[in-house]
Design a protein around this ligand. Structure first.
Ligand SMILES: [Zn+2]
Length: 199
């Protein structure tokens, strides 16, 4: 027996989310049908507004309602340091520690030869342009995750930026190997910024 079309469509939509297979999608679809109407409406509206009202900052790649983002336009932040992270969620984790007061650059990925992801596929060119335009930036701290791809990306950035006279450092890996920045606890993150090492 086939599902009625509205639920079949809903199942299909849920399967487009990462990590959601057909079984989970089916369970979520039936759950949604049983939710209160106002909750479903609220859910649908937050999906639409997240997509419609958010954009990526043209300077740093952060998610924002206003371009440039609140971090890039904040003159009280240390304009001499840029912390490079893989994803917006890493930036959020670092911001939540309240310990880092410089600027950021979000790569939206890492170098991954196996996945066919090279320098042109992530947000590196805009970092180079930014460094060329802004003479105040003296140090780039590479805060990619402590796994093979994160390390390869850090090495690539170091080789790319050091000849231009930029100091390049790496977040200290009190972050254990293979750990993700957005899962690290605050104390570990604070220590990893303080104890960063020159590359
Ligand atoms: Zn920004």
């Amino acid at each position: 027996m086939q599902y009625p079309e509205p639920i079949a469509k809903l199942i299909d939509s849920y399967t487009k989310l990462p990590g959601i297979g057909i079984k989970t999608a089916t369970r979520l679809a039936f759950y949604t049908v049983n939710m209160a109407e106002e909750d479903v409406t609220h859910f649908a509206q937050s999906l639409i507004s997240a997509k419609r009202d958010l954009k990526f900052c043209s300077i740093c790649g952060n998610l924002t309602e206003e371009d440039p983002c609140a971090i890039c336009t904040d003159d009280t932040r240390n304009q001499g340091t840029v912390l490079v992270v893989e994803e917006v969620k890493d930036l959020m984790a670092l911001e939540n520690t309240n310990e880092y007061h410089g600027l950021y650059h979000v790569l939206h990925g890492v170098l991954s030869p196996l996945a066919g992801q090279g320098p042109d596929d992530i947000n590196i060119e805009s970092l180079v342009t930014r460094l060329q335009k802004n003479e105040k930036i003296e140090e780039v701290i590479v805060g990619t995750n402590a796994n093979a791809e994160g390390e390869a990306t850090a090495m690539y950035l170091s080789r790319l930026l050091k000849p231009a006279g930029i100091r390049v450092s790496r977040l200290a890996t009190g972050l254990s190997v293979g750990s993700d920045i957005d899962y690290a606890d605050e104390i570990t993150l604070i220590k990893s910024v303080e104890g960063r090492t020159q590359m």
